[in-house]
Design a protein around this ligand. Structure first.
Ligand code: HEC
Ligand code: HEC
Length: 242
């Protein structure tokens, strides 16, 4: 994988951007529940310290500086960036999902070289404030996916793939793919990021082992069951949504 190249006109990604070394981590215990069970469980799940609310322990200036730092890679309106490593759209993302993912990077339940370095210094209060900020943004989608795949992708999103026992994505991600709580928004997400994420699910998500099971287990069987061409189709569709 080539090095990450964020916007050239800023010096921010001064983290030394090297390739992420994938850990051949043990797979999550095979006790992952079926998705129906998992959906029920999700309603009861707590999000831990990231969900805590309380008096801000930082100034507005500190928050603005942190936001600016995030946007060096995720771009000023959180619209994402298509480079050699795709940097996902954060704009309009569900706050519960957002906080849980940052916590997952900190806990190493989700593995990513760049985001571990970013997330591990964030306090629960800062993390919540950042989630609120990016949730309010609504830039247009970047687009750029192969348009001939969009129609087939829409069918997968709304109807699932019954032969492969894949439920409609819309049942969890919402009819407009805007997400809800721990179900992420997918509308306008970058095509290459969705393709990469669904393809590499087992190497990146749910890496906490049996002691730290998480919401990634719900998507796991779905990511597995999608074929390579179905992944591209549904990613193309989602990336066009506003
Ligand atoms: C050095 C570049 C860089 C910086 C700076 C950065 N990010 Fe990221 N971020 C990434 C990359 C790359 C990913 C995709 C990780 C992956 O592929 O799993 C990501 C993923 C994320 C995700 C998960 C998105 C999803 O849809 O699951 C969140 C949330 C996030 N970043 C928030 C932040 C916040 C908040 C900041 C600022 C405090 C920040 N990022 C700063 C590069 C960066
Ligand atoms: C049973 C509920 C459910 C269904 C059905 C479902 N998802 Fe998900 N999906 C989730 C959950 C929960 C997450 C968050 C996983 C985590 O916390 O790591 C997720 C995460 C994702 C992500 C990662 C988003 C990001 O920003 O990194 C993608 C992409 C995705 N789903 C695509 C799909 C597609 C495509 C379908 C249909 C083929 C689908 N999902 C069907 C529950 C579902």
């Amino acid at each position: 994988m080539a090095a990450l190249r964020p916007r050239p006109n800023r010096n921010a990604c001064s983290l030394r951007l090297r390739c992420e070394r994938r850990r051949a981590t043990a797979k999550v215990a095979s006790s992952a529940p079926g998705w129906q069970m998992a959906v029920l469980a999700l309603g009861l799940a707590t999000i831990g310290p990231a969900g805590a609310t309380g008096a801000a322990t930082f100034s507005d200036q500190e928050l603005q500086a942190k936001i600016q730092y995030c946007t060096y890679c995720h771009q000023p309106s959180g619209q994402g960036y298509v480079g050699s490593t795709p940097i996902p759209r954060l704009a309009g993302q569900q706050t519960d999902y957002f906080k849980n993912q940052l916590q997952a990077f900190i806990d190493r339940r989700r593995v990513n070289f760049f985001m571990f370095g970013v997330a591990h210094s964030l306090s629960p209060e800062m993390l919540a404030a950042l989630a609120d900020h990016f949730n309010t943004l609504n830039p247009p989608s970047l687009g750029g996916a192969p348009t001939e795949l969009v129609e087939a992708g829409k069918k997968i999103f709304t109807e699932g793939v019954p032969d492969a026992k894949i439920p409609p994505c819309a049942t969890c991600h919402g009819p407009e793919a805007k997400g809800n709580g721990q179900f992420p928004r997918l509308a306008g997400q970058l095509y290459p990021y969705i393709v990469k994420t669904l393809t590499n699910w087992d190497q990146e998500r749910g890496q906490g082992g049996a002691e730290k099971p998480d919401t990634s287990a719900i998507m796991r069987p779905i990511a597995h069951s999608l074929t390579e061409s179905q992944v591209k189709e549904v990613a193309a569709y989602l990336s066009t949504l506003e």
